[in-house]
Design a binder for this molecule. Structure first.
Ligand SMILES: [Fe+2]
Ligand SMILES: [Fe+2]
Length: 176
């Protein structure tokens, strides 16, 4: 397989950024649990990251580009894991809604519960994509589909969603 027509390594790299933030989530939750103080600035910034990068940028690429092509190619796949992946994206959105409500109502326990729930869900989700779904995509899609996908990816840029470099966002989240 030529590097040029690899359609998942870019998504695996985005997962690495999301996993770094999930580690930060677990760390901050433990800190807030012992201090019993809500770190609202952290939560607000985290919610922006999830909405703009994890859900806005990364999940949009999966849902609108990669999954869409895979669904056209179901005959080449031995099963269809996409509905489960979509359900998990939706479950993540519910945790985010829960987090927003908890921060607004200053309910620390609920904010922590939703943040941890989100972290665990996404960690598991990413594992499945990296190890099952993405290899399946590389195997089942043909070269012309892969070229189309790479063109569509190049039209979606993280900076449009974030307005800021991803690494500075991660460092800021870690510094709260
Ligand atoms: Fe996903
Ligand atoms: Fe993903």
């Amino acid at each position: 397989m030529s590097q040029q027509n690899n359609i998942t390594s870019v998504l695996v790299n985005e997962h690495k950024n999301i996993l770094k933030v999930i580690d930060i989530i677990f760390e901050k939750c433990t800190q807030m649990e012992s201090s019993r103080k809500m770190n609202s600035a952290f939560f607000n910034d985290l919610i922006d990251f999830i909405r703009n990068y994890a859900d806005g940028f990364h999940h949009v690429k999966e849902e609108d580009i990669l999954f869409r092509q895979m669904l056209q190619n179901l005959d080449n796949m031995h099963c269809n894991p996409i509905p489960v992946m979509l359900n998990e994206h939706d479950a993540g959105r519910e945790y985010v809604k829960g987090m927003i409500k908890a921060v607004e109502t200053k309910n620390l326990a609920a904010a922590i519960e939703n943040a941890r729930g989100y972290g665990l869900l996404l960690k598991n989700h990413i594992y499945k994509e990296d190890n099952v779904l993405y290899p399946m995509a590389e195997e089942s899609l043909d070269n012309s589909q892969k070229t189309e996908i790479n063109i569509a990816y190049s039209q979606v840029s993280a900076i449009d969603y974030l307005k800021e470099d991803i690494n500075s966002i991660i460092s800021r989240l870690a510094s709260y």
